[in-house]
Design a protein around this ligand. Structure first.
Ligand code: ZN
Length: 340
């Protein structure tokens, strides 16, 4: 009960990459870089286990960014000539690669870190991939001319990698779709369909992570403009409830998401965000257990997964470590409080 998990990313140590950046540059090169990625993955597996988490991730230590890490393995994408593009409905600008021809995987994308993580933890292993709609929103299209067509093309590639990850021994494949609460109507219209294509044939658990983004200033400003109640999830949750995806996330701590929206996810496992990623303040175990307690009004305890609101990547390593511990301690306290 209350199997605690992180959303996905964790900060990279200073000897691996620039710190507190969303698109950090790697520090070592060549073989030394591969070794450093493995070392950092090991460090965070140990930290998650020590914190008492039940579901372990690789902390995305082997990829520069949660979307571009996947795109680097895709043929048909020009990484040499990046362009500046407004993403997430122009909330902020990013340097993005361009799709210039038909898409195909060059080979496996995450075999190294998935197999490495599997070999170093006996706990459940969750692995994250970007969702098709979020990919489409983080790349410039010079070929398909149609967002849905391009999303379905990406979904096929994601599906190939997801099936291979399952074969590597991954227990949960999670797709990250922060674009779902930016383009709510499109998400319900075709985003969920593309997501289901990406998850097709998987027999392991499947999850989708939706959020209000990393704790960067552009996201904080956006959230401040969303008013007192954040109801974005209301549009996409009914479509997800009807989908085959097993687990769905929402932000619950320090957010204005009305918690009763969980009722729209009837039958799903719910990743309840109990750790704020926009503040360096460390949650107490009591706060975490309280948030879990509030969510229990709307979801059965055996289907509640305490989770971070989003990835912890841009935070300091010390803060992320302390937040992992708060998550683990809070889940343990909740088991005491609500277990019987
Ligand atoms: Zn997120």
């Amino acid at each position: 009960m209350f199997e605690a998990a992180i959303a996905g990313s964790l900060p990279k140590p200073a000897w691996l990459a620039e710190t507190q950046k969303l698109w950090p540059k790697w520090v070592p090169e060549g073989d030394a870089l591969l070794q450093a990625k493995a070392d950092a993955t090991l460090l965070w597996i140990k930290a998650q286990e020590d914190a008492g988490l039940d579901v372990i991730g690789d902390g995305e230590q082997a990829r520069q960014h949660f979307v571009h890490g996947f795109l680097e393995a895709v043929e048909g994408i020009d990484f040499e000539n990046k362009v500046t593009m407004g993403i997430r409905d122009n909330r902020y600008e990013a340097q993005v690669p361009q799709v210039v021809s038909a898409l195909r995987l060059k080979g496996r994308v995450h075999a190294f870190e998935a197999k490495f993580a599997r070999a170093h933890t006996k706990r459940k292993l969750k692995f994250t991939l970007p969702g098709p709609m979020t990919i489409v929103d983080t790349v410039a299209d010079r070929f398909y001319g149609d967002r849905v067509k391009m999303a379905m093309a990406f979904a096929e590639l994601l599906n190939q990698e997801a099936l291979a990850l399952q074969a590597d021994g991954v227990d949960i494949v999670q797709f990250d779709e922060p674009a779902f609460n930016v383009y709510m109507k499109e998400a319900a219209d075709w985003g969920v369909k593309a997501l289901e294509r990406a998850a097709q044939g998987l027999t392991c658990k499947t999850a989708v992570h939706i959020c209000y983004g990393y704790g960067i200033q552009a996201n904080i400003d956006w959230k401040n403009a969303l008013g007192h109640e954040w109801r974005q999830y209301e549009d996409v949750f009914p479509a997800l409830a009807k989908s085959k995806i097993d687990q769905v996330s929402l932000e619950c701590f320090n957010s204005h998401v009305p918690m009763d929206l969980i009722k729209l996810l009837d039958g799903k496992e719910v990743m309840v965000g109990v750790i704020d990623v926009a503040s360096p303040e460390i949650e107490t175990a009591e706060e975490v257990a309280d948030t879990i307690g509030r969510a229990l009004q709307f979801v059965a305890k055996e289907r509640l997964i305490p989770c971070t609101n989003c990835g912890l990547a841009p935070m300091s390593r010390e803060v992320a470590m302390a937040k992992l511990k708060a998550l683990g301690d809070g889940a343990a306290l909740a088991r005491q409080r609500y277990g019987l």
